[in-house]
Design a protein around this ligand. Structure first.
Ligand code: ADP
Length: 512
């Protein structure tokens, strides 16, 4: 049958369909139909309507017109798309095949389906172009193409809109006109890098919208080259990251604040810790002080009470003994009074209430008297007192009582913290601008770790096993007295070897 058909190109690769003269029934369908429509030739011959199942509905009208023309005997063609399945589409061309008798056209013999490969490619291209266009127009991102000099050739509507422009308002204009003033230099830098490279470059760019808003886009851009590797433009797609950026800024800001807050908290915590430890230390010292002072008070009180009771109960006590006991009572009472004075003094000084009662006196004489006061105490421990005080008078303007207190405290300590048969050296010299006293002993000394605290009130060196009674007020008072007289006190001490105090006090300036 096929050979009856005229005018079919020799290497025709398409489909041939032949119908009867009334175009009612198909009498031949080439087996190649299956490739394009998915139905076998028998299936199509049995039910020609199946063809329409695969024809893209958009072409129905054209195809139907073609059939009408065919019946009218008009030569006709129609192009249409067959959708075999989602991924397989073909562009086919219907062409009526005329039958000639001699040179006279008799009637149309049938329909030839031609499959144009090149047409197919075009269709697919058109199709993907269509899809691309849809994508281009619906994308929320900013998509654009610039020419070699940086002018917009193409920009998608949504992208333009996000900058408050219409596409046409942007086309032909240079990209720099749309960049925010503050972002221009960094954009130019990024743009230079982009032009120098052949790969996709990503960089953030601050645009300025038509009405002055700053909008940051993260651009993925690439240069476009011609066949001679010459740059003919730039294609780019940009994502609006303005909100991301401002969120990032806020995050950064917050995290800085967090770090700062943490630092402040930790500083505060350290300070609180320090405060607590100072308070704890003070508390410990106070407790220690209370127990020391109670002990110190109790000892003289016990002898006072004990000796007075003895005198009271023993009427036959010889006068000599009574006198001796009375002296002890008196001494102990004085000791008590001194102690109470120390406590009061310290609190006076603490409260800033110390007022120096300054008079002019010979400080050598005061020192000599103070030494005499500890002589008996030293003798009791068989301690040698070596004293080198010049005989001449050295005048100072100072509080005599306080200076006495100062010397007595230091001298008492030098005996108290000395060893049996030890030595105490007292030296004084007139240095013309100042008066220097050195009180040195061969006693137990002060451990190096205690030295920095030795002048703090209530501070006492703990000497487990050989605790020597005291309140820890003496040296604090000494220091306060020296300070108030604008003098200087220094010390050196070695554990188990001894301690030396050096005191310098200003001399009376006769001219002043
Ligand atoms: P107290 O003698 O009442 O304990 P001080 O303030 O006079 O208080 O002395 C404080 C501490 O310094 C004493 O506990 C003692 O351990 C130490 N100290 C003072 N003077 C000497 C000294 N000459 N030799 C050794 N230790 C001393």
């Amino acid at each position: 049958m096929e050979n009856e058909i005229q005018n079919i190109p020799e290497n025709f690769s398409g489909i041939f369909i032949r119908s009867d003269k009334d175009y009612q029934n198909l009498i031949f369908v080439s087996s190649s139909i299956k490739k394009y429509f998915g139905f076998s030739s028998e299936e199509i011959m049995g039910s020609p309507k199946l063809l329409f199942k695969k024809i893209d509905a958009a072409y129905f009208k054209e195809v139907k017109k073609f059939f009408r023309n065919l019946k009218k005997g008009l030569p006709s063609t129609v192009d249409f798309i067959v959708i075999k399945n989602v991924d397989e589409k073909y562009l086919l061309r219907f062409r009526a095949v005329p039958r000639y008798e001699g040179s006279e056209l008799k009637f149309f013999d049938g329909i030839m389906f031609e499959v144009y490969d090149e047409l197919n490619q075009k269709a697919l291209l058109e199709e993907s172009e269509k899809q691309l266009k849809v994508l281009f127009e619906t994308a929320e991102d900013l998509i654009f193409i610039l020419d070699a000099s940086g002018n917009f050739v193409l920009v998608n509507a949504n992208g333009a809109l996000s900058l408050e422009y219409m596409t046409d308002e942007m086309k032909g204009k240079h990209i720099l006109t749309f960049i925010d003033e503050s972002g221009k230099s960094s954009f130019l830098k990024a743009f230079q890098l982009l032009i120098a490279s052949t790969t996709v470059q990503t960089f953030a760019t601050k645009f300025q919208s038509k009405y002055g808003k700053s909008i940051i886009f993260e651009l993925n851009a690439r240069t476009i080259f011609d066949d001679y590797k010459k740059i003919i433009g730039v294609i780019a797609i940009g994502r609006n990251i303005t909100s991301r950026n401002s969120l990032e800024d806020k995050m950064k800001d917050l995290s800085h604040k967090l770090v700062e807050a943490r630092r402040i908290i930790s500083v505060e915590r350290d300070r609180a810790k320090q405060r607590i430890s100072v308070l704890e230390e003070l508390n410990r010292l106070k407790n220690e002080f209370v127990s020391n002072i109670s002990h110190e008070l109790r000892t003289p009180l016990a002898s006072i009470i004990g000796f007075s009771e003895t005198i009271d109960s023993d009427t036959s006590m010889p006068d000599e003994m009574k006198k001796e006991f009375n002296k002890i009572i008196l001494d102990e009472a004085k000791r008590l009074a001194n102690l109470i004075n120390d406590v009061l003094d310290i609190s006076k000084i603490e409260g800033g209430k110390i007022v120096l009662n300054k008079t002019e006196f010979d400080i050598n004489e005061i020192l000599r008297r103070s030494v005499e006061k500890v002589r008996a105490y030293a003798a009791a421990k068989r301690i040698t007192l070596s004293v080198d005080i010049p005989p001449e008078a050295v005048l100072v303007l100072a509080d005599e009582e306080r200076i006495t207190q100062l010397f007595e405290n230091l001298l008492t300590n030098s005996v108290k913290f000395n060893v049996e048969e030890g030595r105490v050296t007292v030296m004084a010299q007139n240095l013309f601008k100042e008066y220097e006293v050195i009180i040195s002993d061969t006693g137990v000394g002060i451990p190096a770790q205690d030295l920095p605290f030795i002048f703090q009130k209530f501070y006492r060196v703990s000497r487990p096993g050989t605790e020597i009674p005291g309140t820890g007020l003496g040296l604090a008072l000494v220091k306060q007295i020296v300070d108030h007289h604008k003098g200087l006190i220094t010390m050196q001490s070695e554990e188990n070897r001894g301690t030396t105090f050096i005191i310098k006090l200003p001399l009376l300036n006769k001219q002043g």
